[in-house]
Design a protein around this ligand. Sequence first.
Ligand code: GLU
Length: 288
Amino acid sequence: MTYRGRFAPSPTGQLHFGSLVAAVGSWLCARHAGGAWLVRMEDIDPPREVAGAAAGILAALPAFGLVADEAALFQSQRTAAYDAAFAQLRAAELVFPCTCSRSQLTASGGIHRDGQCIDGNPADREPAWRLRVADVEIDFVDALLGPQRERLRESVGDFVIRRADGHYSYQLACVVDDAWQGITDVVRGQDLLDSTARQIWLQRCLQLPTPSYRHLPLVVDTAGNKLSKSSHAWPIDPAEPTPALRRALAFLGRPLPDLPVGADELLAHALIDFDPAQLPHCSGSSIG
Ligand code: GLU
């Protein structure tokens, strides 16, 4: 099967150093495999969206030499596909409406495992919709981190795939679109490692293929905190892309040319003798 990878940012802020590392890591793996590299804008959560961030990210990527092989897919335009997946789950009785509040779930540690709403769904409140999670172990092999195992019913329980405000969850949209875009290899940050078992369970429920997963170490600041869009800890400047691109490639263990070269040359150099198995594994690699 031809390798198809993707970078799937959420427009909750401009491209930051942590997301640049994920973009570069997924790009290197796709190019190394002679495959396609796609960009998907995960703009399905309007309350968390920052105005101008989607356009800013899409404009910044080519400045770093990261040019997608197909037009960007916008999740905000994919509601019909999520509706269809939701209808499929509903027809199979794999989802249930739920109005349980956090406090109602305190006794079970915030986890819902009953496969039905304990609140009884009063008519005056819009329900969220949860996916029923069976008592099975989800096993997968992360291409960087090795075998992973999660008893999803214990760790997460029945999880929300459609919120009470009508928006679909990241988990549902991600699974539907990874399958629709024919993604064979997901390369992303380790902060999403604990979403993977949920996504595999959803793939099984929707009879969709499971791609291969590779979770890259997170960039943390000197205090050990994850660099996030909100921290503004390590700004990157698309007008002057090479310093941040050099740091991102160094973080991923790639050699850098001594000469001051542009983004395209830096990426081409990084691909020489690239072996995805040699990407760094351990979380906690720090900068600063
Ligand atoms: N949109 C997610 C994020 O920015 C990433 C999704 C993914 O790569 O699966 O954290």
